[in-house]
Design a protein around this ligand. Sequence first.
Ligand code: C2E
Ligand code: MG
Ligand code: MG
Ligand code: MG
Length: 287
Amino acid sequence: RAKDRGRNTYEFYTEELTRKAFERVLLESNLRLAVEREELFLNYQPQIELATGRVVGMEALIRWNHPELGLLSPTRFIPLAEDSGLIHAIGEWVLREACRQARAWCEAGLEFGRLGVNVSRAQLQRGRLFEDIQSALAASGLPPERLELEVTESFIMEQDTLAVEQLDRLRDCGVSIAIDDFGTGYSSLSYLKRLPVHKLKIDKSFVLDIADDDNDMAIVAAVISMGRKLGLTVLAEGVESARQADFLLENGCHEAQGFLYARPMPHEAVTAFLREQAPKGDSDSDQ
Ligand code: C2E
Ligand code: MG
Ligand code: MG
Ligand code: MG
């Protein structure tokens, strides 16, 4: 009987694996068409200056409106896109779309600060990112100073000269660089000396328990202090409570992003959000 059970378990796992592999292949072939069919879209999440409550940035976060499966999170399809090489077409689309939509806020007189765009390691390694960014900026008319690329630590671990060279060129033309998910990359910090980094985004896993966990408090306080000493802007991701925000402000963190302030929203909702945030005109404030 034990043998039977063993066999059933084995069959179960095989079935499960086959199902997963099948789903992967299916999703990948769907994803190939998703760009053309306009099933991809961007949400934006505001970044807030802690001391003033002002909006200082907007991060573009991709979504896939799948015809059968509904709304899919990037954690489900970005890894697939990276493995299959589709990330290049998708990444290029993200840059163009984000720059175009951000430029629309500029034209409407809505202040959103910087536009944050996530970039995969493969995009930098291919060596065309600089050109893609130049052409997205040119097509939209968005000034380079408005753009901030979010890259994770893990992709700078190797001495990747092509990647470093491109980041240097981008910095030289005014684009800024943020390290995303800071603290999760198991990498040495020496890249902070080599790379033109402007901002550290403390990963939300550290922020989650800062109000209660002594270790997380110590880590976050230390990262903020290190970032400040290096002359970097420090942002905390995943801020959900006022207690977390208080701790961050007290410890000198510059910026925060999270559900406490706003969830990622579609473009039109951000437009409304920015309208509401906008300082009222002189005539209004006089009353
Ligand atoms: P990320 O860049 O670290 O983005 C932050 C993630 O945290 C987002 O998940 C956001 O929705 C979520 N988040 C924001 N505030 C809170 C909060 O208060 N609590 C919690 N629990 N979560 C919060 P999302 O949108 O699912 O994106 C996941 C990841 O997918 C991103 O992590 C980024 O690495 C990747 N990604 C998203 N868009 C793109 C893209 O256009 N290109 C590439 N290459 N990667 C992308
Ligand atoms: Mg990000
Ligand atoms: Mg992150
Ligand atoms: Mg992430």
